[in-house]
Design a protein around this ligand. Sequence first.
Ligand code: NDP
Length: 311
Amino acid sequence: MAERIHCLIIGSGPAGYTAAIYAARAGLKPVMITGMLQGGQLINTTDVENYPGYPKGILGPEMMEDFKNQAERFGTDIRFGYVSKVDFSVTPKKIWVDGEKELEADAVILATGAEAKWLGLPSEKRLNGSGVSACAVCDGFFYKNTEVAIVGAGDTACEEAIYLSKLCTTVHMIVRRDEMRASKIMQQRVLDTKNIKVYWNSETDEILGETVVEAVRVKNVKSGELTTIPVSGFFVAIGHQPNSAVFKDYIDTDDQGYVITTPDSTKTKAEGVFACGDLKDKVYRQAVTAAGSGCMAALEAERWLSEKGIH
Ligand code: NDP
């Protein structure tokens, strides 16, 4: 028989852990299924300096350990695993973990976050971790005093290009249009940084290298001209993809896959299923805003369970 859970939380970033802290303190006996990246995106970050309560800043992995300890202190049952399938059309809701173990849950909080998008080139996949990275802050250090390339033109790409420019001799920034999507101030900072060279109207044609990145071949989409730039690191900063695919048959998502909730609420289309954090937020995407929406989800789950008389 499937195990019955009162409040199931899927995901272990700031949203999931905050939901767990509130749900546990409210007596909902939450069980958390962490996902493969326990702690979420912050696990791949170094200094976090904008999370209130840490006046001296803190390392991302340490902060997530603090979140975890706080959730456990109030009795959250934290389990490592991956939710592979759900059925939210039945009562109680059904959830399958790691492809086999079946759980039943009264209320479910979705906090599966988002992950980096990739270009989709075979060379990008082959050289991932061998010079190809989606996180300059995590991996930039390895390319100190060398030349690197970065693709993207949003605020993330600009921020990461500036970060890399402080470590690397030259940062080659590949921009697919003749303008950037980033805020004006970030664009200006990039353009004012002497060792960032911008390639406008350019696409990544291929990342070159047998076992490690050695160069990138860039194609100018207007002229068709190909340029090979020797680099030792290739950073992808073209946005993020919300982890909503497994739930999409039961809840509404927008054209990018972000979960749509009732305005000013974490309620989804499926009754008793709440969504929080980056999974539903493409605008702010901050640890503190994710934590705030995790709190909302737990409060709304508690209210819903009590209104329905489910104990
Ligand atoms: P965005 O979606 O804003 O930008 C993605 C960038 O990648 C765009 O320039 C886009 O080009 C480009 N891109 C997408 N796909 C490809 C591709 N296949 N090949 C080449 N280029 C591609 O993502 P961000 O992660 O930069 O930002 C997400 C949100 O987070 C934004 O709202 C941003 O403002 C915010 N943010 C704010 C920060 C801050 O305020 N400090 C820091 C970081 C993020 P195109 O423009 O042509 O579509």
